[in-house]
Design a protein around this ligand. Structure first.
Ligand SMILES: [Zn+2]
Length: 547
């Protein structure tokens, strides 16, 4: 007979609708025997009572259904984002609130690198906060005219390079005609490289390339430390190249005894044919382990709204800027959706602008006409600007959405004032409309685009407060209970894992977030400030900050 542990807590909020509250949960072999009272659970036989959570509240381990392992890797570069941010080891990095502040911070790092030829890389840049002023190569030339300097934007869809880096990438020419490489008045590129094609040569030169996107062992462990700090027990790596080497590395790190995070890694469609990407996803599915789930595809259709690279329908951007870019051609999207449906492979498609959402909805309708597969759970990622009619189509097509709730805080003011204007800004990331339309939904951080932290993400969906203090879209606010569901069961559903995780009930993995207070009884404003002890992952308690 295997050992049974019964955890006692101040309260257990199970998210199991037929038994929402409990005081004890019994765990055997990393799985839940049952949640209820001690009297009920002793029926399972011999047990050890673990009372370390007597003053804590257990909820299902949070599921971050759109994040990137890159969050763990980026901290080896210089953080230059606008907002303060905490790294995986708990250190606070203050925000860089002007281009001068960004340049100053990077210049300090440049001094530290004196004597080496290593490239200097920053991340988290967000020019939307700089009053319309875009960073250019001359700004970064103030740091160095000889060292390669590159700064990745918070959106991850744009990189800025200095003149030396542009030259190294072969970009310092007047005859470059690429929509992702705008030219300045002198006819040479400004240094902004938008979209994966334009970014790649710079990324290769400075070490921000595929190696980083797939993340090495140290980055994965850093990511996992951050997950524990935030109560997350399952997290996605939303867009990996998943080469045989990177899969072997991921399997090895996640397979280490006691590794506390279940990683769901999606294969990014980039550079392969639609048939190749679906075949590879089928192959990967077979290599899944309990800690590493493989076999889904990520498609990126457009850019970001705050970077003005998202595809918008009429009337376009509020400030009159031209429409954004297709990152994957509509014909390619259609081909991938058809082949994936036929192959039983789930596709998660990034759409930011409402034109991109329309494009995928049209493609999905055509693909489903050919392959009417039930319960496919194809999911739109972000789907930020969808209107109510699009949500109704999502419902009809059996799709899910994973809404980017954190955007309201970080870019809500910019959306209201610059990108899409007041009316459309209020309907962005429309959680209440998702509920009203019956579309299964999750909410996410897209870490490293915004910081990982499902309680903060839930706070964003519940309060819809911008960083400037504006209430943006009062009618799209949702209850704490609905937000809590979105970061547990809702997120698990989009990953087809709702039978295994997302609630505390018999048979599921014993994954809990250990909180200082009950989120449902907290005031909406205080939701993001609830203390997090750490997690229980497959029955094993792991405290935040433990190695
Ligand atoms: Zn993403």
């Amino acid at each position: 007979m295997t050992a049974t542990t019964i955890f006692r807590a101040r309260r257990i909020r199970t998210m199991n609708p037929s038994r929402p509250l409990a005081t004890h949960v019994a765990v055997r072999n990393g799985r839940i025997l049952g949640a209820g009272s001690l009297e009920e659970l002793v029926g399972w036989g011999e047990y050890v009572l673990d009372d370390r959570f007597d003053s804590k509240v257990l909820v299902p381990g949070f599921v971050e259904a759109h994040s990137h392992l890159m969050e763990g890797a980026l901290w080896r570069f210089v953080y230059v984002g606008f907002h303060d941010r905490v790294d995986p080891d708990g250190r606070l990095w203050p925000g860089a609130r002007s281009i001068d502040a960004v340049v100053d911070r990077l210049a300090g790092e440049n001094d530290r690198l004196a004597g080496s030829t290593q490239a200097l890389v920053g991340w988290g840049l967000d020019p939307i906060y700089f009053g319309g002023r875009r960073c250019n190569r001359h700004d970064l030339d103030r740091i160095s005219t000889t060292r390669l300097v590159a700064v990745l934007h918070a959106s991850l869809h744009i990189v800025n390079a200095n003149t030396a880096a542009l030259e190294a990438a072969g970009y310092l020419r007047e005859d470059i005609r690429h929509p992702g490489l705008p030219a300045g008045e002198d006819g040479l590129p400004t240094g902004e490289c938008k979209g994966p094609d334009a970014m790649a040569p710079i990324a290769r030169q400075v070490g921000l390339d595929a190696g980083l996107l797939t993340a090495d062992a140290e980055a994965v462990r850093a990511f996992s430390r951050l997950c524990v700090r935030k109560g997350v027990t399952t997290a996605t790596d939303m867009a990996g190249s998943l080469t045989p080497e990177s899969v072997a590395a991921l399997r090895s790190v996640t397979g280490a005894h006691g590794f506390p995070t279940r990683i769901v890694a999606l294969l990014r469609h980039l550079g392969q044919s639609p048939q190749q990407v679906v075949d590879r996803a089928v192959e990967l599915r077979e290599q899944s382990t309990e800690r590493l789930r493989l076999g889904m595809i990520k498609l990126v259709t457009d850019g970001s709204i705050q970077g003005f690279s998202a595809r918008l329908r009429w009337p376009g951007y509020y400030n009159g800027l031209p429409n954004g870019l297709w990152y994957t051609a509509p014909e390619q999207v259609l081909a991938v959706l058809q082949l994936a449906l036929a192959g039983g492979v789930a596709v998660h498609a990034h759409t930011n602008g409402d034109e991109a959402t329309d494009m995928v909805l049209d493609a999905m309708e055509a693909a489903l006409a050919l392959h009417p597969i039930p319960d496919h759970r194809f999911t739109l990622q972000h789907c930020q600007l969808a209107d109510a009619a699009q949500f109704r189509r999502l419902r009809t097509l059996g799709m899910c959405v994973n809404l980017f709730a954190n955007h309201t805080f970080y870019w809500g003011d910019a959306h209201f004032e610059q990108t899409v204007g007041p009316e459309r800004a209020e309907r962005m990331n429309a959680c209440a409309t998702a509920i009203a339309s019956g579309v299964p939904f999750a909410i996410h951080s897209d870490a490293p685009v915004t910081p990982l932290g499902p309680l903060f993400t839930a706070w964003c969906a519940v309060n819809r407060t911008t960083s400037g203090g504006r209430l943006l879209g009062a009618h799209e606010r949702i209850s704490i209970a609905d937000a809590l569901r979105a970061v547990t069961l809702g997120a698990a559903y989009t990953l087809k894992l709702d039978g295994e995780i997302g609630s505390i009930e018999t048979g599921k993995h014993a994954d809990f977030a250990v909180l200082d207070a009950d989120p449902v009884e907290t005031s909406p404003q205080a939701l993001k400030d609830i203390g997090i002890w750490g997690v229980v992952s497959n029955g094993r308690p792991v405290a935040a900050g433990s190695p």
